[in-house]
Design a protein around this ligand. Sequence first.
Ligand code: NAD
Ligand code: UDP
Length: 352
Amino acid sequence: MPRSKRILVTGGSGFLGSFLCESLLRDGHDVLCVDNFQTGSRANIRHLLGNPNFELLRHDVTVPLFVEVEEIFNLACPASPKAYQTNPVKTVKTSVLGAINLLELARRTNAKILQASTSEVYGDPVVHPQPEAYWGNVNTIGPRSCYDEGKRCAETLFFDYERQLGLEIRVARIFNTYGPRMSRDDGRVVSNFIVQALRGEPITLYGAGEQTRSFCYVSDLIEGLRLLMDAPGSAPKPVNLGNPVEFTIRELAELVIELTGSKAPLVHRPLPKDDPTQRKPDISRAEEVLGWAPRIALREGLGHTIAYFDGLLSGRSPAPETEQALAPPGFVLQAGRPGAGRAGGNGLDRSE
Ligand code: NAD
Ligand code: UDP
């Protein structure tokens, strides 16, 4: 068992943050969860509040923070287009001021710091799949720019703090990740389609549904983040984390309909401006540097996610703190031991 550390998770009450807090607590670390609850939920972390190694602080990362920590995972930022476009100026402040405040905290405390960056730094990519060396194709003045450019500037800050001040940084470029505890109304495609299918409401395909995404299950992503934080500082940066199996959005809708047994019809809605046409991570760096690759195929991950939303919508379970919301059966995170601890095969097939 590695030495117990005092670890800060910003955005810790959000979808990914809550699973990360849990994973760190399972390994015996002391976790400080910081969140302003803009898109996160108390329900996601309520079951952790009684844990003596868990502490919750309501705080906005645009304001400097003075605490003693050894590692920082910076996840604070709304992730869904609907959420980050609601107050775009705030989104930029969260990414940029948040990065500065947390990098300053890392500098003061000599902490290692990881940034949750995004595939959106590649914009609407013209290189496919996207390797880390690709600089992207990003609109600076569109509705997605507050998120894309905010995250790009945050990456710049991280690398400048490393070059100028010698900070120990990690940057994860996260591709579309899904699973239990996504907010049911945050507008992201997986939660939208599942909720619509379970309610028998029309499934909203934006545009023709021919745009592509590659969907990573949450437990895979959390393992990747943990391994990246623990990787040697000399390892190449940044690192793409995502599942490289690519689907059209129409294929995703059809799979959700099949797995839910829903009779919901597909309907078309206008394609949002600047919606990326195709997205698929090149994960060779993560495979090489971290020994990491996702293992949960879309069909399996959707099964867990559907079960979660089914419990939530039917009122059978208050959900986030139930077993159903946890990682898939057989999943045991063993950070630092890539390839260990998981039942089942790998998630890199397209047998759906
Ligand atoms: P989420 O919206 O569920 O979680 C974000 C959390 O950050 C929420 O709890 C929210 O309340 C908190 N937050 C937002 N602004 C804050 C502020 N100013 N101060 C303090 N807390 C604040 O989203 P998520 O899917 O869990 O994403 C977590 C991180 O991962 C985000 O930084 C996101 O950009 C990144 N990411 C996620 C995905 C994905 O597919 N889930 C993909 C790429 C990048
Ligand atoms: N999408 C869709 N119907 C929905 C929600 C999203 O067709 O109800 C599409 C959206 O246009 C995009 C893809 O699904 O092409 C992924 O959208 P999401 O908001 O989940 O994430 P993005 O990758 O765009 O940030």
